[in-house]
Design a protein around this ligand. Structure first.
Ligand code: ATR
Length: 308
C-alpha cells in the first residue's frame, strides 16, 4: 500500500545542510545529506527540527531533519515509506510511541521498560528503538542543574508514560529512595511492582497515593503528571519540600506552573521546567545517530522561557 509521507508545511519543516568548514571540499547538497524526521500527529508545533538543526550546524553534520505527520492508524506504512526514501532515523512523539515499540526489530532496555520508544534508527532491515526521555531528564538534573540524585530522596509524581520512562534512569543513579506518588494510588503501586518484579529494590522504590506521603521530605521532586498542562496544582503536603532541593516540572514553556509556584512558596530555591529534558533527549538521539555529542547549553538557553 502506498502511503504518501510528506512534511507538514514548509514553515514547520526545517531542512538543513551543514557544510564542511573548509570550502575547498565539495559542499554536500540537501539531496545527499542523511535524512531524519520527527513523526507524530499533530506535529506542526514540534521543536525537534529547530533543535536538531542547531545541533547539526554546530557539529558540522550533513543531515536534514523535518516533521512527518503520520496518518492515524498507519504508523508502520508511514515509516516504511520514509525508509524507502532513504530515511536514517526518526524521533517519535504522540500518539505513536507504542507503535514505534511494536514496529522495531531491536528494543533497547530503555524502550522495553518504558513500553514506548521515542527514537528509531534504521540499518538495513533492522530497526533499533530507544527511549531517551528518562536519560534526558536525568542528564538535565545532574549535569545541567547540578543536583545529585545518588543517595538522595526522590519523589516522582504521576504514574503514566512520562513517569514510567523515568524510573530506570533515576534508579540507575542510586537514589536513597524513589517514591512514585499518583492521584490514583493503585496505578502507582502497580507501576512500581512491575519494576520490583524485574529486580528493582523494594527498599528503594515504592509507590502509592498522594495521601501516603505523610511527613516525608524529598531532595528532588519531579512532576510527571499532566496536571500542569491544565494549569492545575497537586495536593502535596507542605512537608515534602526541601529548601536546598530541586522542584522539576516536565512540562516546558509554561513559566511558573502551579506545581513550581507551590515549591517556590515553600522556599525551594531551585526550580526547573522540562526544557532541558527536551533538549537533552534530542542530544542523546543525535549522539546515537551521528556519533557526535552536541553542546546543549546554547540551545537550552535559546529555548528557555523565564519561570517568572
Ligand atoms: P503521560 O503519558 O504523559 O504520562 P498519561 O499516561 O495520561 O500521560 O498520565 C497522566 C498522569 O498525570 C497520570 O499519572 C494522571 O493521574 P491518574 O493516574 O490518577 O489519572 C496524572 N494527572 C493528570 N491530571 C492530573 C491532575 N489534575 N492531578 C493529578 N494528577 C493528574
Amino acid at each position: 500500500m502506498g502511503v504518501n509521507v510528506q512534511t507538514v508545511s514548509p514553515f514547520t519543516s526545517v531542512t538543513i545542510a551543514a557544510f564542511p568548514l573548509f570550502s575547498d571540499l565539495t559542499p554536500m547538497s540537501a539531496a545527499s545529506a542523511d535524512r531524519y524526521a520527527v513523526i507524530g500527529n499533530p506535529i506542526s508545533h514540534s521543536k525537534s527540527p529547530a533543535i536538531h538543526a542547531a545541533f547539526a550546524q554546530a557539529t558540522g553534520q550533513a543531515m536534514t531533519y523535518t516533521t512527518l505527520e503520520g496518518p492515524l492508524g498507519q504508523f508502520a506504512a508511514a515509516v516504511d515509506a520514509f525508509r524507502q526514501q532513504g530515511g536514517r532515523g526518526l524521533n517519535v512523539t504522540i500518539p505513536f510511541k507504542l507503535d514505534a515499540c511494536a514496529y522495531a526489530t531491536d528494543l533497547a532496555e530503555s524502550a522495553r521498560a518504558a513500553g514506548a520508544a521515542n527514537a528509531l534508527k534504521f540499518e538495513g532491515d533492522r530497526c533499533y528503538a530507544e527511549n531517551f526521555d528518562g536519560v534526558g531528564l536525568v542528564r538535565d538534573i545532574t549535569h545541567n542543574l547540578g543536583q545529585a540524585i545518588a543517595g538522595r530522596r526522590v519523589l516522582l509524581l504521576g504514574a503514566g508514560g512520562a513517569s514510567r520512562g523515568a524510573i530506570l534512569p533515576l534508579l540507575a543513579q542510586g537514589p536513597d529512595r524513589l517514591l512514585v506518588a499518583n492521584r490514583t494510588a493503585d496505578k502507582a503501586a502497580a507501576l512500581v511492582q512491575e519494576f520490583i518484579d524485574r529486580g528493582a529494590s523494594a527498599s528503594v522504590l515504592a509507590g502509592g497515593g498522594f495521601d501516603a506521603l505523610g511527613q516525608d521530605r524529598f531532595d528532588v521532586i519531579i512532576n510527571a503528571t499532566a496536571a500542569s498542562l491544565s494549569n492545575l496544582g497537586l495536593p502535596l503536603p507542605s512537608s515534602v519540600w526541601s529548601a536546598d532541593g530541586l522542584a522539576y516540572d516536565m512540562v516546558y514553556g509554561k513559566g511558573l506552573t502551579p506545581f513550581l509556584r507551590t515549591a517556590q512558596q515553600a522556599g525551594v530555591q531551585r526550580l526547573a521546567d522540562g526544557v532541558g529534558m527536551l533538549v537533552e533527549q534530542a542530544a542523546e538521539a543525535f549522539v546515537w545517530w551521528r556519533g557526535v555529542r552536541p553542546n546543549t547549553r546554547p540551545v537550552i538557553d535559546q529555548m528557555t522561557v523565564p519561570l517568572n
